[in-house]
Write a protein that binds this ligand. Structure first.
Ligand SMILES: *[C@@H]1O[C@H](CO)[C@@H](O)[C@H](O)[C@H]1NC(C)=O
Ligand SMILES: *[C@@H]1O[C@H](CO)[C@@H](O)[C@H](O)[C@H]1NC(C)=O
Ligand SMILES: *[C@@H]1O[C@H](CO)[C@@H](O)[C@H](O)[C@H]1NC(C)=O
Ligand SMILES: *[C@@H]1O[C@H](CO)[C@@H](O)[C@H](O)[C@H]1NC(C)=O
Length: 387
């Protein structure tokens, strides 16, 4: 029986609404460092029989999971809040478990982020005398992903199909290229020279993912590291740096991060020009976090945004020789009132603020909520179930 064009129009509208109502993205593919590691380094360190990292012990994980999971926080990370908001299960550490991926897709997500990972190949850092905590750099993570892809799909077309309705998160990554070097005593000026190389490493992975078929990618900039308890302690009392009066953050380090972010945005614009069909989303971690540094009370950080909840004491409760969870460290009673968790990493409350600002607010370009207006479309769900 033939149907009128109107029938097909209505059918299309209903199907489209149904698609949105069930969530815009049905899987997450993630690369990055400790900001997104849901347990990969945990498993890699168990396998390597090296000493267990300090974040595998309480109070890590105390807030939501009630046990350490390998996440560098008291609770959930930004990627966990993204998964929850899309109606997906939390994305497991994919290098850590023997993934049983259904052959029709990526499951509901894969996460290759590893705490300590750099954007650049570790050989770059070793050549400069800098010790790198893991060899699972961004390039290695991409190789893991490609291996997994080749095991589940044999043709280019099949691979491209896997990416349909996948949200690909590339980072945050690059922060450790600077952290490792600055902690090793390199000057800010010297480390600034790494920025173009770091950006190039990120951009090359983004381009490779697009060639594989990625359609929607989120690429975050770096956080304002000049506000982290680690650096506030490292440069404490130093006359080499200035502090911003409004926040107490180290001006030079934040300017340095802004330079990284500007360069990244310029390169992302170039990719947008070459691939207008791909959605490239810049995530402004810097300014999302800066809200808390400018007005900590407004966001519930009544113990301030600078001092770490968990650490080895001192003006910012950070001591590089006494890590959070070690016997001499102390942990705050109310982590939700702190922005900084352990010196470098943030509390669940901080990650929630950043997530909301990015994915429900205006801190992504283009705005994520305009691409994925799930809540606005959900009321039509009842209609589509009638067909
Ligand atoms: C992972 O799964 C594959 C396929 O089922 C199996 O052959 C392999 O032995 C498993 N590896 C581990 C480490 O369990
Ligand atoms: C990384 O690789 C280098 C060179 O192969 C090796 O010497 C080093 O031990 C590795 N580091 C880690 C943390 O596995
Ligand atoms: C910051 O405060 C210091 C001391 O109060 C003052 O001398 C300086 O001018 C202020 N800087 C800015 C940029 O407001
Ligand atoms: C850091 O902790 C160690 C070990 O308790 C202590 O000796 C050192 O004085 C502390 N450093 C600072 C800056 O408080």
């Amino acid at each position: 029986m033939a149907h009128s064009p109107t029938f097909y129009l209505i059918l299309t509208l209903l199907l489209t609404c149904n698609l949105h109502a069930s969530g815009c993205y049905t899987s997450i593919i993630s690369f990055g460092d400790s900001l997104a590691d849901t347990g990969n380094l945990k498993q890699l360190s168990i396998n390597s029989h090296s000493g267990a990292p300090h974040f595998l012990f309480p109070p890590y994980g105390e807030t939501f999971f009630h046990k350490p999971t390998g996440r560098c926080s008291n609770g959930r990370l930004i990627i966990d809040f993204i998964a929850e908001s899309l109606g997906l299960p939390l994305i497991p550490p994919s290098q850590a478990i023997n993934m049983t991926i259904d052959v029709t897709g990526l499951g509901q997500g894969v996460n290759y982020a590893v705490a300590g990972a750099t954007a650049l190949d570790p050989s770059f850092h070793r050549a400069r005398g800098v010790y790198v905590k893991t060899n699972a750099s961004l390039g290695v993570q991409l190789e893991w992903f490609k291996e997994m892809l080749s095991s589940i799909s044999s043709t280019v077309l099949e691979t491209k199909h896997l990416f349909t309705r996948s949200l690909v998160l590339v980072g945050e990554i690059g922060g450790n290229d600077y952290n490792h070097a600055l902690e090793a005593g390199k000057s800010i000026d010297e480390v600034e020279g790494y920025v173009p190389f770091v950006i190039e490493a990120i951009v090359s992975v983004v381009n490779e993912l697009i060639d594989l078929g990625a359609e929607t990618l989120v690429i975050p900039g770096n956080l304002p590291i000049g506000c982290s308890a680690t650096y506030l302690t490292l440069f404490y009392g130093s006359n080499k740096v200035q502090h911003d009066n409004a926040t107490g953050c180290i001006t030079q380090l934040n300017k340095f991060v802004e330079y990284h972010n500007e360069l990244l945005k310029i390169e992302l614009n170039k990719i947008r020009d070459v691939h207008p069909e791909v959605t490239i989303i810049y995530a402004d971690y810097y300014n999302a976090a800066m809200q808390a540094f400018l007005s900590p009370y407004k966001y519930g950080f009544t113990n301030g945004a600078l001092k770490a909840c968990c650490g080895g004491g001192g003006p910012f409760n950070y001591n590089s020789s006494v890590a959070c969870s070690e016997p001499l460290s102390t942990s705050c009673a109310e982590p939700d009132t702190y922005f900084n968790w352990d010196g470098l990493h943030l509390t669940e409350a901080a990650y929630r603020l950043i997530f909301k600002s990015l994915f429900e607010g205006s801190y992504t370009t283009p705005q994520f909520k305009s691409l994925c207006p799930t809540s606005r479309l959900q009321p039509v769900g009842g209609l589509s179930s009638s067909i």
